[in-house]
Design a protein around this ligand. Structure first.
Ligand code: NDP
Length: 330
């Protein structure tokens, strides 16, 4: 049994020396617990936040202990009622091969209904993030023009497609490579997309959305947010989901210079956390599940194999190596 520990809190970009892959005993499940052999591990941008000591909505990872994250696996020993050996469960003790999980922290998932990895992505946390952020926080309505950044990633690719399926007048995405941009337009049905590395975001957005945007779903922050405020229509809404462009900065990043445009546009900016929106989970599964099954909503995964590559996979998410959800397969 191997597990990834955080040894020191990264300053700026995380370095391999901040982490160690450690040999540990296979734990024994106590009363009310199950032993899970993890099959798929999630690596997510928010984990960068847990590596620092700053107070946030979730406690920092403890130094010298196994890190945590979403995972799905098979129950190989059970000491809990309602969960049997052979069941598959979603839980929160990733970054390791074997986990002992309390039954109330394990959610049974059906490997026949969807591939196991989908419960970490398109039908899991990142999918619900897209759904809740677009429909509830940004109050999307039919006819809206929607701009989403990080559009080839797990959350962003789903935001754009849900908007399209629900009658957006125009969907625009930005991503960090020409290949990703091509995927957005040719496979995911975005009306326009641009590579934010190819030129100023504000100019590229104005060209892609000449009539402005009603909704901006922010995964990135920085100049993307400023550009979106610059293109915001009357009554526009900005849902702040993430700001990955500042996760590794060592100094506070400057804010948008054009916030005053919110006055004339009566615009609204609101942050949200998916954890506050699990009441939408049944609706999300009922609505998005069939789109995924029918192929109306497409998704990709970037799958990295082996626990030894768990850290590299995480760093890859921060670099943009992934298209769609980044998954570690054990
Ligand atoms: P993604 O699959 O989108 O992976 C992250 C992507 O960010 C990379 O692939 C990369 O793509 C892009 N990126 C990296 N650096 C930059 C940069 N400087 N500028 C622009 N893009 C960059 O991750 P997720 O879908 O899991 O998460 C997307 C966002 O949503 C993150 O900000 C995350 O923190 C946030 N989030 C928030 C939640 C909430 O509850 N509020 C829940 C889940 C996620 P590229 O090649 O295009 O640069």
């Amino acid at each position: 049994n191997r597990e990834w520990h955080l040894l020191s809190r990264p300053v700026g970009w995380p370095k391999p020396e901040d982490f160690a892959l450690v040999e540990a005993e296979v734990p024994t499940p106590g009363e009310g617990q199950v032993l899970v052999r993890n099959a798929y591990l999630s690596v997510d941008p928010y984990m960068r936040g847990r590596m620092s000591a700053a107070k946030s909505y979730v406690a920092p990872f403890e130094l010298g202990k196994a890190m945590q994250g979403g995972a799905v696996g098979e129950v190989v020993a059970s000491n809990a009622e309602g969960i049997a050996v052979g069941d598959h469960v979603l839980h929160f003790l990733g970054w390791r091969e074997y986990a002992v999980v309390r039954a109330e922290n394990a959610v049974k998932v059906d490997p026949a209904a969807a591939p196991l990895s989908a419960y970490l992505g398109v039908l899991g946390m990142t999918g619900l993030t897209a759904y809740a952020g677009l429909l509830r926080t940004a109050a999307f309505k039919e006819g809206d023009a929607v701009f989403v950044s990080g559009a080839a990633g797990a959350v962003g690719s789903q935001v754009g497609q849900i908007a399209k399926l629900k009658g957006a007048s125009r969907v625009i995405g930005s991503a960090g490579s020409d290949e990703k941009v091509k995927l957005l337009v040719e496979e995911y049905g975005f009306d326009a997309a641009f590579n934010y590395k190819s030129g100023p975001v504000g100019e590229q957005l104005r060209a892609a959305a000449p009539d402005g945007v009603d909704v901006y779903f922010d995964n990135v922050g920085g100049d993307h947010l400023e550009a979106a405020i610059g293109s915001l229509n009357q009554g526009g809404r900005i849902a702040v989901c993430g700001m990955i462009s500042v996760y590794n900065t060592t100094e506070p990043a400057p804010g948008p210079r054009n916030l005053a445009r919110l006055i004339q546009t009566r615009g609204r900016i609101e942050g949200f956390l998916v954890g506050d929106h699990y009441d939408l989970q049944p609706r999300f599964v009922a609505e998005v599940g069939p789109w995924v099954a029918s192929g109306a909503l497409k998704y990709r995964e970037t799958v990295v194999e082996g626990i030894e590559n768990n850290l590299e996979a995480f760093l890859g998410v921060l670099r943009g190596d992934n298209t769609g959800k980044m998954i570690v397969k054990l």
